[in-house]
Design a protein around this ligand. Structure first.
Ligand code: ADE
Length: 419
């Protein structure tokens, strides 16, 4: 048996069924896997992946393995691991996995260490924890690395800061920035899975509720849209004037969190920033407010501040903590302020992860082929890869589109024709 640390291998048979179920909805990744099986573009690579260990991720890991890579995986969040999937990856597919749902910070970092001890040639991050660990504590690994890929907005922001400060020591491909990633995963994936997490955790009715979305980036767009679709009265909070204007014209009310705090029934943070809902806001909330986060890190809700004004705290349902405040009101925090969609539900559906992880697989292949020509920078996914994924996804959906005629092509390349 390969080296691993998972909850229980007895969960493997259930996990295998879930991996197979999600594969049904990942046709683009499956096509890539078939090609990888034949041409082995990742032969000789050791890929350490710090990703949410889900059924969808399992299919990515298997595609990388089919491409000839040695694959090791650890969790990118202490609460997002699907223990049955982790068990199946070890038992049924012989992959080294280090991930247990609910692991504490010490175990989380020991798992990251295990994933790096194999001396990867490529790292694949969701949040940049592997890269941070290498550059801050494991510099000896830089020499063997040809590059890294990054799945999420928060990770790309951290990596760009490293590049700006001149500390990035290898090329990184920003998978998040591919159109076939963030336009679908961040918007429709986060939109649906966030509502799924809130509903599974609380069984609350969304219709008729004042639903506050903090942050109107791609994820905020998705959450606001889906909350509206379920009948909520959606309020958006923003710091960016353009995004605030966009939210208004999309039909939402916009106001500062200090005002939204007084009227909201349900709050979701999706800003990627810290201390978005703070003690002073919790103190203004109505009795019974539900509060959660769907941004990458658990820093958006200032829970220390909430604890400081709390008289008693108890667990009232799976993933729901009741904070009874000194002012008598009760605030319900879902999933301890960690990603609600992956903690209390199963993350984004396979259909969107298909495109995100097709980008990851092709970005790894791109690094393997092109690393000698790349510098220590954050690179976009090449446009032809992004387009190819869109073409394959449409094909898998059975959707045909028009082609430009020769006259149209000529017109678009010209400047002489006016009115
Ligand atoms: N991020 C959001 N949803 C995910 C999923 N289903 N698998 C892996 N990473 C995710």
């Amino acid at each position: 048996m390969v080296a691993s640390d998972v909850k229980s291998l007895k969960l493997a048979s259930h996990g295998k069924l879930r991996i197979e179920w999600s594969k049904r909805d990942m046709p683009v990744l499956s096509l890539i896997e078939e090609r990888f099986k034949k041409s082995k573009p990742l032969k000789g690579q050791t890929i350490s992946c710090c990703l949410h260990i889900t059924a969808e991720t399992a299919n990515l890991l298997l595609a990388l393995k089919a491409g000839g890579a040695k694959v090791i995986a650890c969790a990118s969040n202490p609460l997002s691991t699907q223990d049955d999937v982790a068990a199946s990856l070890v038992k049924d597919y012989g992959l080294s996995v280090f991930a247990i749902k609910g692991e504490n910070a010490k175990v989380y970092y020991s798992h990251i260490k295990s994933a790096l001890d194999v001396r990867p040639t490529i790292t694949m991050d969701d949040g940049a924890d592997l890269v941070c660990e290498i550059l801050s504590k494991r510099k000896e690994l830089v020499q063997g690395l040809i590059g890294s890929t990054e799945e999420t907005t928060t990770g790309v922001i951290r990596l760009k800061a490293m590049a700006d400060q001149g500390v990035l020591a290898f090329p990184v491909v920003a998978v998040n920035d591919a159109l076939t990633k963030h336009m679908f995963d961040n918007r429709y994936g986060t939109g649906q899975s966030t509502m799924d997490g809130i509903i599974r955790a609380t069984n609350t009715l969304i219709a008729g509720r004042i639903f506050v979305v903090c942050g109107y980036g791609w994820c905020g767009h998705g959450v606001a849209l889906r909350a509206k679709g379920l009948g909520a009265d959606v309020v958006v909070t923003e710091v960016d004037p353009l995004r605030a204007l966009e939210a208004i014209m999309d039909g939402f009310r916009v106001m500062p969190i200090a005002d939204a705090a007084k009227i909201g029934d349900i709050f979701v943070t999706v800003t990627g920033d810290t201390d978005v809902i703070r003690k002073e806001h919790f103190l203004k909330m109505k009795d019974g407010a539900l509060v959660c986060n769907s941004g990458h890190f658990n820093v958006e809700l200032e829970l220390k501040g909430l604890s400081a004004v709390t008289k008693t705290k108890r667990v009232v349902r799976d993933f729901v903590d009741e904070y009874k405040l000194k002012n008598g009101n009760r605030i319900y925090i879902i999933a301890d302020g960690r990603l609600v969609n992956l903690s209390a539900a199963e993350g984004h559906p396979a259909c969107v992860m298909d495109m995100s992880f097709a980008n990851q697989a092709l970005a790894a292949e791109y690094l393997a082929k092109n690393h000698t020509t790349l510098g220590n920078k954050v690179y976009p996914v090449p446009e032809n890869i992004d387009k190819q994924i869109a073409v394959l996804k449409l094909k898998s959906l059975g959707v045909k589109i028009d082609r430009l005629t020769e006259i149209q092509k000529k017109y678009l390349a010209s400047w002489e024709f006016g009115t």
